[in-house]
Design a protein around this ligand. Structure first.
Ligand code: ADP
Ligand code: MG
Length: 348
């Protein structure tokens, strides 16, 4: 995990808006030829030549999307970039630029914002995206972050949510559910800490889950992998709100139904053991837990041989007619209708 904590507290009012922007953006360099003008003018200027451009925005509100009690600011910055880069990956495009807008109250010293921007800088280096602009303003209380990601692809490379066809296979990358359980572990530690602040948490048995929650990665590798395997998915989406909710989006937009098999869901062994400890059903977690940032896609049946040996890719089901509905088949061979529980922030 990324190290955190900076003991100094410099008031941001001291720097003024422009001083603050200069200070926070001084480390951003330009790496992509498509960036003609980055930070420093009224607008960034980009040139994608004959490529198509994918654009995606996310807004993150303190207390709604993140809790600074267990989310270190450096991780928050990293994760905010990852979540947006992941959306570009879900279009099968290559992420190239981001803009970063923040609203911040005087409760945050300069050092806190430095942590946030360190996380953003690290992620932008790892994912090779240029930070080409943003906005910096004040808020009354909490922290608000909005990131816009931009990516490029040839027109024929782009994969939408609406292309799944009957008999296609449903494939998921990596493993799912771990980020949600990482959050459960952190929530529990927060409660323990509130009762006894001297209690030092022992998180050794939870490292993978916590890492998935605090430092997720976007699957920029899948675009290259699919190209190498010569497979073009028929539809694709990233798993930010939970498998069931993403499956429903794909099916709705593609006007199809689907069957997912419980026994095929890719779960990390640590997820299974911690679910036992928490007395939570691991399938429920895998289906409804969000923030894994894996990719969910469909491929034509005849492409199965090309992907079947790949440890990054798991076939979890197949596409049916829309009239057949969306179901999960349990290990006991029961057919349950899937509901999009997802992570609906408006629900709670
Ligand atoms: P304007 O007055 O046109 O909004 P600003 O003075 O706010 O311009 O911003 C100056 C430059 O710094 C612009 O290029 C803007 O995109 C960039 N910028 C401002 N805030 C951020 C931020 N939080 N992250 C990255 N770039 C930023
Ligand atoms: Mg501005």
């Amino acid at each position: 995990m990324i190290e955190d904590k900076n003991p100094q507290r410099t008031s941001i009012a001291q720097l003024g808006e422009f001083g603050l922007i200069d200070h926070l953006t001084k480390n951003f360099d330009v790496k992509n030829p498509s960036t003609l003008k980055g930070i420093g003018d009224d607008a960034a200027v980009l040139d994608f030549k004959d490529k198509k451009v994918a654009v995606s925005t996310d807004l993150l509100i303190e207390g709604v999307h993140f809790d600074l009690a267990y989310m270190p600011l450096k991780h928050l910055g990293y994760k905010a970039v990852v979540a947006n880069v992941s959306d570009i990956c879900a279009m099968n495009a290559k992420p190239t630029q981001i803009t970063v807008s923040i609203a911040v109250s005087s409760r945050f010293p300069l050092e806190a914002l430095e942590e946030l921007f360190d996380g953003i800088t690290i992620a932008s280096q790892i994912y090779n995206v240029d930070v080409v602009g943003g906005d910096t303003t004040s808020s009354q209380k909490g922290l608000i972050i909005s990131i816009t990601a931009i990516g490029e692809a040839k027109e024929e490379e782009i994969i939408y949510r609406n292309g799944a066809k009957e008999n296609d296979l449903v494939v998921v990358t990596g493993d799912i559910g771990a980020a949600y359980m990482g959050l459960q572990v952190l929530e529990r530690e927060k409660q323990v800490f509130q009762v006894n602040p001297n209690n030092q948490p022992d998180l050794e048995n939870y490292t993978y889950l916590i890492e998935r929650q605090l430092k997720p990665e976007a699957r920029t590798d899948i675009r290259e992998l699919l190209e190498k395997l010569e497979v073009k998915p028929t539809s694709m989406i990233d798993i930010s709100d939970g498998l069931s909710s993403e499956v429903m989006h794909l099916c709705k937009q593609s006007k199809v139904g689907c069957t997912i098999y419980e026994e095929k869901l890719p779960l990390d062994p640590q997820l299974i053991s911690v679910c036992e400890e928490f007395n939570i059903d691991s399938t429920t977690v895998a289906i409804n837990g969000g923030e894994d940032y894996e990719l969910l896609f469909t491929i034509a049946l005849e492409d199965f041989d090309k992907i079947k040996a790949n440890p990054n890719l798991t076939v979890i089901g197949h596409i049916n007619k829309q009239s057949e509905g969306i179901h999960l088949v349990t290990r006991a061979n029961q057919k349950i209708e899937m509901k999009a529980r997802g992570w609906n922030a408006l629900e709670e």
